[in-house]
Design a protein around this ligand. Structure first.
Ligand code: 5AD
Ligand code: FES
Length: 346
């Protein structure tokens, strides 16, 4: 089959076999790319129209008990200046987000045991009490199922937890031995069973990653059928073991956004900050490849530069209102439209 035929097949049947994905990922011409993105945007517009949903990202703690080799806030990075927002600050930040027009906040942190389940629940309940129509997404790592259940009952309805890579050997290359892909996948299943809208996802171009690994991720995600998929390029951080490794490419990331849109037509697909970091128009290009969500930074300006997962991260000097306005302008120029809505999975 030609690449165009593969793209047609993918649009029609929402999947390809291993060899089909491999051919697409390794041999697309400029013309094939345009055809992929045209189809991805058409499918996205059939389901979500021209709407783009904004998620205000509150990075509330950069303490982490883990040591992932790629991540700038890993425990062993003694140069990271650690901070925690107080529960009151977190709620105030969400309130500010609401005033700016956000109807979803994402509460993200390292795996910081200082925040007990009870505290997380109190924060969620306080935000919900102020703004019942605001959706709350948590992105705080691997927890017991009983903890996930408590947060859900407190009012959190979405959870982001990227698998990073589905392949066990590759997972080993990116993480210390205390962490396992089996446990990560168990967490994702637990979240789904509880009733969360769940986001999984991967970094593109991590050290040791092959196209076969990426295809394993596509097949895993097709089977898991998540509500959201976070895809961004790997970017090295100077104070991590991967400091000398090359970053992932814009091309591979955009190809994957297009393919995932056709494979999971209904999924919520962010054009990530990492994509905006490797290319000044990265997020716009992501939207034009099939993405329909962006996640402007809503953290207080004083802590932004401390939440450095990778080098060069954008938006560390801006205020929340500036990022909101900036994203609105950028999105308008793509022909899409920011909507003040929760942006639930359809
Ligand atoms: N480059 C790009 N993305 C990274 N993340 C963590 N470290 C890096 C890095 N060096 C991503 C991971 C994580 C998400 C919050 O940020 O995929 O799940
Ligand atoms: Fe933060 Fe553009 S989104 S400055």
């Amino acid at each position: 089959m030609t690449n165009k035929e593969l793209i047609d097949h993918l649009r029609q049947h929402q999947q390809l076999d291993h060899d089909g994905y491999k051919q697409l990922l390794t041999s697309m011409t400029k013309e094939d790319e345009d055809y992929l993105y045209k189809n991805a945007c058409a499918v996205r517009e059939e389901i979500y129209g021209k709407d783009v949903y904004l998620r205000g990202l509150i990075e509330f703690s950069n303490y982490c008990k883990n040591n992932c080799f790629y991540c700038g806030i890993r425990k062993d990075n003694l140069k990271a200046e650690r901070y925690r927002l107080s529960p009151g600050d977190i709620v105030a930040c969400a309130q500010k987000g609401y005033q700016l027009g956000f109807r979803t906040v994402v509460l993200q942190s390292g795996e910081d045991m200082w925040f007990s389940d009870e505290m997380i629940c109190e924060i969620v309940k306080a935000i919900k009490a102020l703004h019942p129509d605001m959706a709350i997404t948590l992105s705080i790592g691997e927890k017991e199922k009983s903890s996930y259940l408590k947060y859900y009952q407190a009012g959190a309805e979405r959870y982001l937890l990227r698998q990073e890579t589905s392949n066990p050997e590759h997972y080993r290359q990116l993480h210390p031995k205390e962490l396992s892909i089996a446990h990560r996948k168990q967490c994702l299943q637990d979240l789904k069973d509880i009733g969360y809208q769940v986001g999984c996802g991967i970094m593109v171009g991590t050290p040791g990653q092959t196209y076969d690994h990426i295809i394993e991720d596509l097949i895993y995600m097709k089977d898991f059928n998540p509500h959201m998929v976070g895809i961004g390029p790997f970017i090295p951080h100077a104070d991590t073991p991967f400091k000398n490794e090359p970053r992932g490419t814009l091309e591979d990331t955009l190809h994957l956004l297009g393919i995932i849109r056709l494979m999971l037509p209904h999924c919520l697909l962010p054009a990530t900050t990492a994509l905006g970091t490797i290319d000044p128009q990265g997020r716009e290009k992501g939207l034009l490849a099939g993405a329909n969500v962006v996640m402007p930074n809503l953290s207080p300006r004083g802590v932004r530069s401390k939440y450095m997962l990778y080098d060069g991260k954008i938006c560390t000097g801006e205020e929340a209102a500036e990022c909101h306005a900036c994203m609105e302008r950028r999105i308008k120029r793509t022909g899409y439209e920011v909507v003040e809505a929760r942006g639930d999975y359809r």
